[in-house]
Design a protein around this ligand. Structure first.
Ligand SMILES: [Zn+2]
Length: 250
């Protein structure tokens, strides 16, 4: 029931701050190559019972402060509002099962989704993979959309205490203590898998022994580094938008 790193609270104090985290988090996720109006990012408010989640109908790249819905986890009809994503139950059931979780992202980035469609596993090849020192979960009940509380609970079970769970032949769910950690999981799992694919082409894989993985993890992944990473992703976002604009204008 715990993410192992001590964290200063980055949880949002109010809906406005939460909306900002969801909007920026969604836009950062879009730089992983996601298109269409799929995928969703949510954060928990500091009070614990409220979450803010991206609305449906717009892509991750387009999420602004007005495109975020607030859900009360204690309200049985909390998800019955216009604009709610069909799979929002993934978020609410994980928040219920994991009180220490402050952010949830469901999306379909290329490498993680490809892995979800195979029986291969994440190998500990690089420092990136070390973030997932206790593995990644796999929800294998079906390839269906997650639209019932029971399915959401099964996803939460498959996630266990880990930072990511693959949804078989579908996509992936990333979680974190707050939005910074959840985005780090997404970016880092994609990069780990990309490196794993390249390494597999170069020669026989030479994984890091698990004992060494466990030793590296707390040194490499410390809460105090995360704000630097977040600020860099936000700066990168404007560079990314600039380059996309240039491409579109050609
Ligand atoms: Zn999905």
């Amino acid at each position: 029931m715990s993410l192992e790193t001590p964290t200063q609270s980055w949880l949002a104090l109010d809906a406005q701050e939460a909306a900002k985290q969801v909007a920026l988090g969604s836009q950062i996720m879009s730089t992983l190559g996601e298109d269409l109006t799929l995928g969703h990012v949510s954060v928990r408010h500091e009070c614990g019972n409220l979450i803010s989640i991206k609305r449906k109908g717009i892509s991750l790249a387009e999420v602004g402060l007005d495109d975020v819905l607030v859900v009360d986890l204690n309200d049985p009809d909390g998800l019955k509002v216009p604009g709610m994503h069909l799979e929002a139950l993934i978020h609410t059931e994980i928040y219920r099962a994991r009180p220490e979780i402050g952010a949830v992202i469901h999306s379909h980035p290329v490498y993680s989704t490809a892995l979800s469609s195979t029986n291969a596993k994440l190998e500990y090849l690089t420092h990136d993979s070390v973030l997932f020192h206790n593995g990644i979960g796999r929800y294998a009940d079906s390839a269906d959309l997650i639209m019932t509380p029971q399915q959401g609970q099964r996803v939460a079970q498959a996630l266990g205490e880990r930072r990511a769970v693959l949804l078989q032949n579908h996509g992936v769910v990333f979680v974190g203590e707050d939005i910074r950690w959840a985005i780090l999981s997404a970016i880092t799992l994609e990069r780990s898998l990309k490196l794993q694919m390249i390494a597999g082409q170069l020669g026989k894989l030479n994984p890091i022994p698990l004992a060494e993985v466990k030793k590296i993890f707390p040194i490499k992944y410390q809460d105090k580094f995360l704000t630097e990473y977040w600020n860099r992703w936000v700066r990168e976002l404007s560079e990314y938008k600039g380059s996309q604009g240039t491409r579109e204008n050609r």
